[in-house]
Design a protein around this ligand. Sequence first.
Ligand SMILES: Cc1cc2nc3c(=O)[nH]c(=O)nc-3n(C[C@H](O)[C@H](O)[C@H](O)COP(=O)(O)OP(=O)(O)OC[C@H]3O[C@@H](n4cnc5c(N)ncnc54)[C@H](O)[C@@H]3O)c2cc1C
Length: 433
Amino acid sequence: MRVTVIGGGLAGCEATYQIAKRGIDVILIDAKPIVKSPAHKYDTLAELVCSNSLKSNDITVASGLLKQELRLLDSLLVRCADSCRVPAGSALAVQREQFSVMVTQQLENMPHVTVSHAIVKDFVPSSRDQINIVATGPLTLDDMLPSLRQFCGDFLHFYDAVAPIVTGESIDYNSAFSQSRYDKGDADYLNCPMNKDEFINFWQQLTTANTVPIKHYENNVFEGCMPIEVMASRGIDTIRYGMFKPVGLTDKRTGYRPYAVLQLRRENTQGTLYNLVGCQTHLTFGDQKRVFSLIPALANADFVRYGVMHRNTYINSPTLLNQFYQSITYPNLFFAGQLTGVEGYVESIASGLVAGINVSRLVQSKRLTEMDNCTMIGALARHVSTPCVSYQPMNANFGLLPPLANNVRDKKVKYSMLADISLARIKQYVDSM
Ligand SMILES: Cc1cc2nc3c(=O)[nH]c(=O)nc-3n(C[C@H](O)[C@H](O)[C@H](O)COP(=O)(O)OP(=O)(O)OC[C@H]3O[C@@H](n4cnc5c(N)ncnc54)[C@H](O)[C@@H]3O)c2cc1C
């Protein structure tokens, strides 16, 4: 059997590792550095294209639970992320370049792995001796679109937005203060407070600013990655109850909770770069500078990267894939990552892990294996493969898990109980393997 993984992003790298560690030869092909999408900058694999955060490590938060499941399942990428961690409160944020280099080196030095570079156009295996995993991501190169269209019949496009990044030295520290919300973590966030007048002015300018013209196919924004200006346009308090919420934050210099707060998260260990948390946007570059500079701490901010709109391509998985991320029509063809409609870094890693394990089992003529429905990783696989009216990408969330037998009102207690069940099932799975 010849196994090929197409796409060396988060999902493709994890899938490659899972296959190779089971003693199976695997070729990993990525188009970089020959061609890069507008969001990819590095020549190395497993690039985090936007935020450097893999979200919470708390198992009572869905993404935290998913990461803990992945640790138990021996995920290479989560292990590398843990090794490249930068301070970010209870979140797992990483030094992105170090992370990308580490994953690349681990795979290149691993027995059974061959990394090669090419732009792949066709992905349906041409013989019974060939197994392919397609993990070309939300920015799958146009060269592959004709065969993707042919395979899917119907595949979907939509657009997400990216947050701006400013330099640490250009932030006004007379205004900004360090604190993690509810003092969880080591004051890893920089908070940019606003009083009521400042916030109202900011909101007015934000909601009337110029945006990059939207094409008809860009209209379908994903609720979980909504541009700040779209969110703000829903009402003056919408973002003050969202990403600008001041709860759990006290400006120690005044002793008061600010009216609204923009949080900045470190992009690197040195704290030389900060991203504007939750401010993904498609305002024009000029208006991004003008509007975000109305926040006093950012009055003289130096923007090193502006927010941009980007394409997000995903297939209509429920009609095309089963719970193993395997094509219903071609058993030797698997998909993984955001292209399947899982949304997010960790979710992409998780789907790569499941696809990789199952490809190994197919090669070894073993029964394909399903993760328990009570686990986050299993619930995502079920989401991807369950028929529905209008298929939408999905982040890990507790709503995907079967409810507890008894109704528990306290959310934190409920999530903690669901997490315990999930991790116990993963341990059983690992023992049974
Ligand atoms: C701009 C942007 C910002 C995002 N921000 C976040 C965020 O902040 N947090 C978050 O959790 N998620 C974010 N996402 C969503 C998603 O989690 C990431 O895109 C994630 O990297 C998806 O993993 P993947 O493995 O599916 O694809 P990718 O990591 O994108 O990897 C795909 C790989 O396939 C290669 N490739 C593409 N086409 C071909 C081809 N034809 N032949 C060969 N190789 C090819 C590419 O070079 C790339 O290396 C963002 C997505 C985008 C596009």
